[in-house]
Design a protein around this ligand. Sequence first.
Ligand code: NDP
Length: 336
Amino acid sequence: SQQIRLSSYPEGMPTHDDFETVAVELPDPGEGEVLLRTIYLSLDPYMRGRMSTAKSYAAPLELGDVVVGQTVCEVVASASDRRSVGDIVLAYTGWQTHAVVDARHTRRLDPADAPISTALGVLGMPGFTAYAGLLEIGRPQPGETVVVAAAAGPVGSAVGQIARIKGARAVGIAGGPEKCELLRRFGFDAAIDHRSPSFADDLAAATPDGVDVYFENVGGPVAAAVVKRLNKFARIPVCGLVADYNATAAPTGIDRLPGFMRRVLSSSLTVRGFIQDEFRPTHEAAFHEEMPRWVRDGAVQYVEDVVDGLENAIDAFQGLLTGKNLGKLLVRVGEV
Ligand code: NDP
């Protein structure tokens, strides 16, 4: 079996030199354990945080650790009465072709319910992040305007479509015409390209009544432009800041924090960060009830960007941090 391990903490964009591919022989599963074969590996922006020793909400990887990640796997050997050979499970086995894990750390998936890959995207962690963050913090009301960036990704595309289900206008920001076209196909009321020289004007034209909810996925210049459009009582669920994940130093130039805080005060803004896990107790049951129905009805559509072969995970991960992916990024590690 093959594993990709972290061999050094990247400076800026991760490179191949920061990883090491190792062939290992896995033990037979012990009592209560299962041997898993990876089918799909999810690549997500949070992995960049695990590759850094900067203080965060989760501990960093140690050098030599297999890179973490959620996976959809097949059980190929079982020493647990919870799982049988042939079961398809959701697990957290990371960047490797096989793993032995405690069967209690797997969740069985029924391939008859939905394509198994969706457990890593629209029906999994990213979909849940969109659902809980938007509904709990954003609270979109009918007729309001919701803006989201990284809008063609699994979190952003779900945010915009759920906003529309709630009767709000959805404005998506994404990099490039192909992604903007996808957003229009998903029913977004407007789609704007943050790489276009006319971005600020396009944003103003797309938000004639201002912005009531800004679902923050990216930070950087995109956030600076949207903040100027915020209405009184606007809500900002702070979900991610992917524009900064490879930053090696604090930005230079004028300090924008006092201006932003003045804006928070004078416009009565609500700014709240969250890590999706904190909403599991309160929102997970409703998510598993509503989201599959919305997907079946076509109210929430999704696309997946599937890259073949574990050996291509590093390049694909670099692409995620520069916007090369179109939709939920997955690595097909083994046969489906
Ligand atoms: P995506 O598939 O959307 O990938 C990230 C996207 O970010 C890229 O495709 C790119 O899209 C965009 N991007 C990258 N750099 C920049 C930049 N400099 N400026 C603007 N956009 C940029 O990822 P996800 O949907 O999985 O995640 C979206 C966000 O949600 C991330 O910030 C992630 O960390 C966060 N997140 C937070 C969670 C939480 O619990 N708080 C849980 C899950 C995700 P484009 O080409 O459109 O620019």
